[in-house]
Design a protein around this ligand. Structure first.
Ligand SMILES: Cc1cc2nc3c(=O)[nH]c(=O)nc-3n(C[C@H](O)[C@H](O)[C@H](O)COP(=O)(O)OP(=O)(O)OC[C@H]3O[C@@H](n4cnc5c(N)ncnc54)[C@H](O)[C@@H]3O)c2cc1C
Length: 428
């Protein structure tokens, strides 16, 4: 076993890399484990664009340095308001940030277990020796939480996939593919399939698709700007609130926060995708999937319309673009006893966090999607990394200095470590 780190960051996406940059600047002995920008490099089809504006897609480093615009300037690339940015450029920006923003070199390892050990944690990986650390920041992103409609679960794995399972959609050329969902991932996947020579059909429960409108210019008359302010999550006061006041969201009652996290900024397509989609992709709106049956190499989807009619769709493959559902119980790398002991938001599936992202287990911090029911919808987007990274690192510093709040002091139910089955030596 090696020396004890101050902080191990699990995950090297926008949140993990930002936390690492702030932690290193604060003088912490920090280690980052994970494949840098893996969600963007491995789990999104080539040809996708960012939906967020470039100026709201910055990773966070102390002093606001190492922005996407800084990276683009070094490469002669364009990162302008109203101009969609290719995901390849964003992935390359993340890798550049990992090298230049002052964080430690990322160790490309898969973490298999985080468990309590003495006054801190042991972190095991698939590749190397276990690590000991005083604090852990779990910034594992979206992939542990892929969501499939239950009706698909009995199909052979060759017959269906998640939208995050594809880098190259050209293998579907000439084949009929049902794409399930109504959000940006569903709409863009379907458009890219059509452009790759496949025959997609979008199937959605909603009766109509929502499309965002083209963004207003950054510089506008004052009256217009006051009526519809820009924010990191889009225009309008509601988006501004989620984007700029995550600390205020955390003060709302737990059921309200859970509702906001589940419903705010619902599914909608980007303005620049609309023509590409509408010209090429047939849609079945208001159709509920209730059954999926494999017939040889093909799949029959049993759908029901709002009027109760049955429709059968026969396809070569089904892609579920049905998003990600953050739930602690699916975070298998986290020791089961520790998971069960955590205070949760409203008794639900996500950790309750203090203002500095520390869970009810001292020294265990969370970032990204799992924190949306605590701090609101901006935690689902790169934009939230700016709010998260500095605060979380302050929380780590406070914890390591021994000035932290007593265990179980954050908003949810108190932790009973003894009840979680830990010997007294693990208790603080
Ligand atoms: C198709 C799609 C398009 C999107 N477009 C946008 C957009 O335009 N703008 C925007 O702001 N947001 C967008 N998002 C949301 C985006 O996922 C998040 O904003 C952002 O990636 C969150 O960063 P993160 O660091 O939390 O997670 P991720 O980017 O998912 O990174 C998580 C990291 O954790 C690592 N990891 C996971 N498990 C382990 C483990 N066991 N061991 C080691 N490492 C592990 C992964 O390898 C990865 O590097 C999009 C999401 C999808 C799916």
């Amino acid at each position: 076993m090696t020396r004890m780190d101050d902080l191990v960051v699990v995950g090297a996406g926008p949140y993990g890399l930002s936390i690492a940059a702030h932690a290193a600047a604060a003088g912490l002995g920090v280690r980052v484990l994970g494949r840098p920008m893996a969600s963007w490099r491995d789990h999104m089809p080539a040809g996708m664009y960012l939906k967020s504006e470039p100026w709201s897609s910055n990773l966070s480093a102390p002093g606001g340095r190492h922005t996407l615009a800084d990276y683009c300037a070094t490469r002669g690339l364009v990162a302008e308001h109203g101009t969609p940015l290719p995901i390849g450029t964003f992935s390359a920006y993340g890798l550049w940030f990992a090298r230049h923003a002052g964080g430690p070199e990322v160790e490309e390892a898969t973490v298999t277990e985080v468990a309590p050990r003495g006054d801190g944690f042991v972190v095991r990986t698939a590749e190397g020796p276990p690590r000991l650390t005083r604090a852990v920041a779990l910034a594992v992103g979206v992939m542990p939480f892929v969501n499939f409609p239950p009706a698909l679960r009995d199909l052979p794995p060759t017959h269906y996939s998640h939208s995050s399972g594809h880098r190259d959609l050209s293998r579907f050329a000439g084949r009929e593919v049902a794409v399930l969902g109504a959000g940006q991932a569903a709409l863009e996947t379907a458009a890219l399939l059509a452009e790759a020579g496949a025959m997609p059909c979008l199937v959605a429960r909603r009766s109509r698709l929502n499309w965002n409108t083209a963004p207003q210019p950054l510089k506008r008359p004052l009256a217009r700007a006051l009526r519809d302010p820009h924010s990191g999550l889009g225009t309008g006061w509601r988006s501004w609130m989620w984007s700029e006041l995550p600390w205020a969201v955390r003060r709302l009652p737990a059921p309200t926060r859970e509702r906001i996290a589940a419903t705010a900024l619902g599914p909608a397509g980007a303005w620049w995708l609309r023509d590409r989609f509408e010209q090429r992709v047939p849609v079945l709106l208001g159709h509920h999937l209730h059954r999926a049956v494999a017939v040889g190499e093909r799949t029959r989807l049993g759908l029901t319309t709002a009027a109760g009619e049955s429709v059968v769709l026969d396809v070569a493959h089904v892609i579920a673009a049905t998003g990600f559902v953050p739930e602690l119980r699916r975070l298998e790398l986290l020791d089961a006893g520790l998971r069960a002991a955590l205070a949760t938001v409203g008794g639900g599936g996500t950790p309750e966090l203090d203002p500095r992202f520390e869970s009810s287990w001292p020294g265990l911090f969370f970032a990204g999607l799992l924190t949306a029911p605590s701090f609101g919808p901006s935690m689902r987007f790169v934009h939230g990394a700016g709010f998260t990274a500095g605060r979380l690192v302050k929380g780590v510093l406070r914890r390591l200095a021994g000035r932290g709040a007593p265990p179980g002091s954050c908003g949810g139910s108190r932790v009973d470590r003894a009840a979680a089955g830990y010997p007294k030596t693990y208790l603080r």
